[in-house]
Ligand binder design. Sequence first.
Ligand SMILES: C[C@@](CO)(OP(=O)(O)O)[C@H](O)COP(=O)(O)OP(=O)(O)OC[C@H]1O[C@@H](n2ccc(N)nc2=O)[C@H](O)[C@@H]1O
Ligand SMILES: Nc1ncnc2c1ncn2[C@@H]1O[C@H](COP(=O)(O)OP(=O)(O)O)[C@@H](O)[C@H]1O
Length: 305
Amino acid sequence: MEPATVSARAPGKINLDLRVGPRGDGGFHELVTVFHAVNLWEYVELELAAGLTCRVDGRQAAAVPTDSSNLAVRAIEELRALTGLVEGVAITIHKGVPVAGGMAGGSADAAAALLAADQLFSLGLPLTELERVAARLGSDVAFCLTGGTALGTGRGELLAPVLATGALEWVLVTHPEGLSAGSVYAECDRLRGERTVPAPQVDPLLLGALRQGDPAQIGPLLHNDLQPAAFSLLPALRETVDIGLSEGAVGGLVSGSGPTCVFLAEDADDADDLANVLAQRGFPGEVLRATGPAHAGVLGVADVL
Ligand SMILES: C[C@@](CO)(OP(=O)(O)O)[C@H](O)COP(=O)(O)OP(=O)(O)OC[C@H]1O[C@@H](n2ccc(N)nc2=O)[C@H](O)[C@@H]1O
Ligand SMILES: Nc1ncnc2c1ncn2[C@@H]1O[C@H](COP(=O)(O)OP(=O)(O)O)[C@@H](O)[C@H]1O
């Protein structure tokens, strides 16, 4: 008997290093990025049902579409096209990652839906095949299938492991206004103007620091080429980053296309202290604690038939 319900979870991410090359012909930019998943989770439950439906609850759920533009719905549709599946599925998403926050929450939903569907329908697809499907859904989806700490190249969808040790302790400051990745890349292009942009390269010092697992070394090496564009579109973010750094973070920056700002602390106690201090500063968004690396996975099979 096939299980009737399967749940999976996938983490949100921070870009520890995001190097943006020139805009390519397809409109996408060549990237080199160090992805780092943290324990803010997207939970996706799939249940055998008639038709394909989607329900969303949790953080900022009202801002998430439930129609065929939802990335988890698109993930199931892509799998159906690939495998010839005809069964219907009811999708329930529980959001923990800020929406349009530069932390890949929608991508995590797509990734968790792929992991759960593979189990629900006993597809047994290899990771490489799931990554191919993921890449058709968005640049960050392939990383969200596994999480951890990884090097992304191409549009961000080509992955290689990064040798990283230890846990990293983060404080996150969200922003109530979302930023779309497309508009931030466009702003990055506008700010660059006619300047020649070199091929992107990861900072080897950061890779060395991650191997050591030393936050004090890692902090000053955090880098995001999209940060000036995010500051240009939402100037208040500059002050948020400055405040986090002045309150004792060992590093801080905008995550991906923003607007979430992330701060690295020396250890868990320092991160708790920093979170308490930042919570008093009256930012318009939330102050959250997170730890990385975090890993995606199928949670459990509930055989309710
Ligand atoms: C900026 C990053 C950094 O990890 O993450 P977020 O901040 O969105 O989480 C990613 O590159 C975003 O990935 P994702 O959000 O999956 O983007 P996609 O849906 O693939 O693309 C949305 C739009 O972003 C732009 N885009 C995306 C990836 C890339 N390498 N070059 C681009 O120029 C394109 O304009 C594209 O139409
Ligand atoms: N399952 C989903 N969860 C969140 N957003 C989604 C989802 N499916 C589609 N979207 C759309 O994608 C946009 C960006 O999503 P998200 O992944 O949260 O942010 P980011 O690209 O900044 O990491 C949202 O504004 C929303 O309209």
